[in-house]
Write a protein that binds this ligand. Sequence first.
Ligand SMILES: N[C@@H](CCC(=O)N[C@@H](CS)C(=O)NCC(=O)O)C(=O)O
Ligand SMILES: [Fe+2]
Length: 431
Amino acid sequence: MTQTKITNDLSVMPQPDLATISKLRSDGFGALINARPDGEEAGQPGSIAEQRAAEAAGLSYDFIPVSGPTITEADVRAFQKALAGAKGPVVAHCKSGLRALTLYTLGEVLDGRMRKEEVATFGQTHGFDLSGAVKWLERSAAALPQVKGFFDPRTWSVQYVVTDPVTKRCAVVDPVLDFDEKSGATATGNADAILAYIEKEGLTVDWILDTHPHADHFSAAHYLKGKTGAPTAIGAHVTDVQKLWKGIYNLPELATDGSQWDRLFAAGDRFNVGSVEGRILFSPGHTLASVTYVIGDAAFVHDTIFMPDSGTARADFPGGSAKALWASIQAILALPDETRLFTGHDYQPGGRNPRWESTVGDQKRTNPHLAGVDEASFVRLREARDRTLPMPKLILHALQVNVRGGRLPEPEANGRRYLKFPLDALGGAAW
Ligand SMILES: N[C@@H](CCC(=O)N[C@@H](CS)C(=O)NCC(=O)O)C(=O)O
Ligand SMILES: [Fe+2]
């Protein structure tokens, strides 16, 4: 059986049969990676049988099934992780060995150990045509995530679907669950519009993200997880917000460990939307837990900076701080000038149409809360304006739902759900 040596630690080979796998140990290998999805052709042993044969032969085994056109950066990273964790030289296979070599090569280029221009020759040296890897690299260099905003006129919120056009995988950011405080009715019109778009575009949801526990609307994260199965996430400091509001609402049963989400993101954490990398900026000030999701060249800043004609978010909710908000905004403005910023609300100043996309450069030049403003004057301006703002009309409705990840309170014995309101707990009464 023909193994092609790529480095001292990695060889690639075409599909081995089980007898060949049993001999790999004596050929000097310590690990097998299978990069081929099961069921591509009749007679293929399949991952379970391969794993059994590999482990019986004393090899470690990893299964990273990919098809050429849908390789993602996550696959490349998984391949690197399997290589790094292997005890001894690795042999990786797919049908011909090409996908295995592609995964390796993409990782080398992404990490700067090989140049894109060297890929084709590198492939030829080993008898492989790596033109698919070259195309992948060209696409990913050109691909900017597509961002679709959904404006909710009832709460002036902007919800987003951010999509990697290469893999058609997406994240949903800050979805709204509808609530009518006059009748107590809940509905899923906003979230269903997002689901319809996802369906129409043929997208797969990688993440359901909240930037912070919202004070003016219910989050539809829990509802959308039920519909898509995608994991939910929020900033790790949500636990501080839970503790704060657990006290205000007197909710002894509320878990304050963030277990209502699948993942809690800390500053600097990374994640993937398809092949596009996302990272977390911690952006407190509006709330204790706010984060900015930077996904490719798009930053979802929610309630930090609004459109340049609308200034910045308020910082007077429990746990809020104008000084912290200033620092968070500076970290956002330190992103490259062309970074696209997507805000979480647009209050349509002067009755203009809703708008939600700006750039770092626009904000630095024209936002009156930021252009030519220093920290002390920002804090002064922000605190003065906040003293004039009534509390959002849904703050007490919304936070008891949002500290539970968008879950409504459990039904009582009669099957009905009830909200709970503390009296005289918040300032900001507008008489
Ligand atoms: N009138 C809105 C106000 C909501 C509100 O306070 N929004 C926050 C973001 S959650 C904010 O920063 N507002 C800034 C401002 O109104 O200047 C409501 O009642 O829902
Ligand atoms: Fe907010």
